[in-house]
Design a binder for this molecule. Structure first.
Ligand code: FAD
Length: 363
């Protein structure tokens, strides 16, 4: 049985570990933090699965990965439920983009750019007027004249996903080494403070943790707020066109909403700044006054791990693999990307990967 060592128990590391255990591998998983730590991008994210919204500023391949992953997530989550007995919140009811009258030109430009980048499936991108908008989200009735409904987009609850993966990993006998920093990743070997740990293959999934030794990687800071808003009822993620960034409101069970996210070229992992908090909250209040009475449950900030082209990379070499650079698209792209990574680990040639342009040599 193949024994795989994985460095990093964030989004990529946990998913890889779980899939490998399901394939019958032995897995030893290292993370510099304990398994309940929130010090990672994966638990800071809003976990929206939004290929159409993202393609406007992103690359076509991210859209393709996102579309494919939207098909894979339900299967993976059903398998995870079978492994753990618990369902992870996952919804695919589309998302809505709205703009205040002064920003309506931005919304039109956004739609033009979207249609220039991809040819949407029939009905996948719908310009909506006041009546349709009110039917989709009754609480936004009368507040916006126009919107864009992106029918195929979805979201999942990443805190539930992390917890379910933890249960599945422990249930399947994963050897989880908590609070152990991996200092170097060598072929078939993870070097920790306790010396070299040898495996048949190793996977480097340290996210931003790789930056200290690989300057191609950068952090893109993002800040989010979690609010509890009993007076607000939204069924699907809503984005607001905003001069500096798109504000999004991602509903979670229990009247909770994740509000995000700033996007700042910085490696700063410090807490939310007053300026960002003010910007996010004033934009939020402009969407629905009921948010005025919302309680801020917590704030989070972390950095998205990104290469200069903002594309993910699978770097594959003898006895080791690196998966990194998922930027703002970790949840959007992980299932499709990791199916390629898992195929390579199983010995499939790089040329047979579904996304060979993301596979590179020399990990
Ligand atoms: C504010 C924000 C909002 C986001 N929103 C979305 C969204 O809506 N949709 C979406 O698809 N994506 C979103 N993302 C992006 C997504 O979170 C990331 O792409 C994804 O988490 C990257 O996964 P990763 O496993 O590479 O990194 P991480 O999830 O950060 O995991 C890396 C892990 O490696 C560990 N580690 C680091 N260094 C070491 C070391 N030396 N030794 C051992 N362990 C180490 C860390 O402790 C951590 O557990 C968002 C990100 C942010 C910050």
């Amino acid at each position: 049985m193949e024994h795989v060592g994985i460095a990093g128990a964030g989004l990529v590391g946990r998913l890889m570990a779980w899939r490998l255990l399901r394939e019958g591998c032995r897995v030893t998983l290292f993370d510099k933090n304990d398994r309940h730590s929130r010090d990672n991008a994966g638990l800071t994210a809003a976990a929206m699965l939004a290929p159409y919204s993202e393609v406007v500023r992103g690359e076509r391949i991210v859209f393709d990965l996102g579309r494919a992953s939207l098909e894979t997530w339900p299967r993976w989550l059903a398998e995870l439920e079978a492994d753990t007995g618990e369902a992870v919140f996952y919804r695919r009811q589309g998302s809505l983009i709205v703009a205040h009258p002064r920003d309506e030109a931005d919304l039109e430009r956004f739609e033009r750019q979207l249609r220039h980048k991809v040819v949407p499936q029939p009905g996948a991108v719908e310009r909506v007027g006041p009546d349709r908008l009110a039917a989709l989200e009754p609480q936004l009735a009368g507040r916006f004249r126009h919107g864009l409904f992106l029918r195929d987009e979805g979201q999942l609850a990443n805190d539930q996903l992390f917890a379910a993966l933890e249960r599945a990993l422990l249930g399947k006998g994963c050897d989880w080494r908590e609070g152990v920093r991996v200092e170097r990743v060598e072929p078939g070997c993870l070097v920790t403070g306790r010396g070299p740990q040898r495996f048949d293959t190793v996977v480097d999934a340290r996210g931003l943790g790789l930056r200290a030794e690989d300057r191609r990687l950068r952090g893109v800071r993002g800040e989010v707020l979690w609010v509890e808003a009993p007076e607000v009822s939204l069924d699907r993620p809503v984005r607001l066109m905003h001069p500096r960034y798109q504000l999004y409101i991602a509903p979670r069970p229990g009247n909770l909403y994740i509000i995000g996210a700033t996007e700042i070229e910085s490696d700063d992992l410090g807490p939310l700044t007053v300026r960002s908090g003010l910007e996010l909250m004033s934009a939020l209040y402009s969407v629905h006054p009921g948010f005025g009475e919302a309680r801020v449950v917590h704030t989070r900030a972390h950095c998205r791990p990104a290469f200069m082209d903002n594309l993910p990379r699978i770097e594959s070499g003898e006895g080791r693999m690196r998966v990194n650079g998922l930027y703002r698209h970790g949840y959007l792209t992980a299932p499709a990307l990791l199916e390629d990574a898992l195929g390579l680990l199983a010995g499939k040639p790089a040329g047979e990967a579904a996304y060979p342009e993301l596979v590179h040599g020399g990990a």
